[in-house]
Design a binder for this molecule. Structure first.
Ligand code: NAD
Length: 293
């Protein structure tokens, strides 16, 4: 069994971006700049945004963290996004989800200028991705593609089963793996909460992508021997033995699935780190277009 180590794969990608950034700044160009908007103080969101900002610093990007309290008016948030859209020094804008209930997520995503939409959630970019055109790919599926590429996992002609159909993970993942070329050319089955024979379908997977958010849902009896397992799930579960008071669990029962898999991502230390690498790649690509414009 091969461990698909997010630390190793993301470090390799981030190192390349860091070198290119250093070369651009030596040549007199400004630095790439990511703006992150964080609303409220949800523990998980705080952690995700903090690691995105920290990674920016590590690879030589500028970053701006904009914080709002939970009761911010939708109008004020939209005004901030518009200001960032117009700011020539900002390359990427990300609004950390989920948003408070009184703010329409769709409206916020649609307000981000597509050329700064480094999360790849704007319908323009989703349409571009679906039609196979170069564009921003949602960071988590992008990170998974980068992981498959880093470890040279064969994908052509493989049956990929994706469990979970969210707009940020499962649905784009299914589209990307079915696209022409590498990593793609898979036959894809997309499963969700209304799928009736999930176990039978999962057992046919050469590549199984678990993105349903249910702790240790995938057990050994659902996995074909030799399958590649990508665990997207991140759930915080209480654990008094940890200083933080919680442990991070994936959607796959790692200890029993790993021995029969040919390759598997750990949680933590797998897809989560690749998501940040995907976001940084998108920000770098946005920057390149902006400085060339
Ligand atoms: P979501 O809640 O939006 O979607 C979950 C999907 O799973 C739904 O489409 C639902 O139909 C499906 N589902 C739920 N129960 C099911 C069942 N019993 N059988 C089959 N399908 C079922 O979740 P999401 O935002 O896509 O996130 C999924 C998981 O991935 C969560 O744990 C989340 O924290 C994690 N996540 C991780 C990263 C990362 O960087 N590693 C990024 C995004 C999300």
């Amino acid at each position: 069994m091969q461990l698909l180590d997010g630390k190793i794969a993301s470090a390799a990608i981030l190192q390349k971006i860091k070198s290119k950034t250093a070369a651009a700044t030596v040549a007199g160009k400004r630095k790439p700049h990511l703006a992150a908007i964080l609303i409220g103080n949800d523990g998980a969101s705080e952690t995700y945004v903090a690691s995105k900002v920290k990674t920016c610093t590590e690879i030589g990007f500028d970053s701006t963290l904009i914080r709002f309290s939970n009761d911010i008016a939708e109008k004020e948030l939209l005004q901030k996004i518009e200001a960032l859209n117009l700011d020539p020094h900002i390359d990427g804008i990300l609004v950390q989800l989920p948003l408070p209930k009184h703010i329409a997520e769709e409206k916020i995503i649609h307000a981000i200028a597509p050329h700064k939409d480094v999360d790849g959630f704007h319908p323009y970019n989703v349409g571009m991705m679906t039609s196979g055109a170069p564009t921003f790919i949602p960071a988590t599926p992008y990170g998974i593609l980068l992981m498959l590429e880093h470890y040279q996992i064969p994908t052509k002609g493989k049956h990929a089963v994706v469990i979970g159909r969210s707009h940020i993970v499962g649905t784009p993942m299914s589209i990307l793996l079915s696209r022409k070329g590498y990593p793609g050319d898979c036959t894809v089955t997309l499963c969700h909460s209304a799928t009736t024979n999930l176990k039978e379908i999962a057992l046919q997977a050469d590549i199984l992508i678990a993105a349903l958010g249910k702790t240790e849902f995938i057990t050994a009896d659902m996995v074909k021997p030799g399958a590649v397992i990508i665990d997207v799930g991140i759930t915080r579960v209480e654990d008094s033995s940890k200083k933080s008071g919680f442990a991070i669990k994936g959607d796959v029962k790692f200890d029993e699935v790993a021995p029969i898999a040919s390759a598997i991502t750990p949680v933590p230390g797998g897809v989560g780190l690749m998501t940040i690498a995907g976001l940084m790649m998108n920000t770098w690509n946005a920057y390149q277009k902006h400085i060339a414009a």
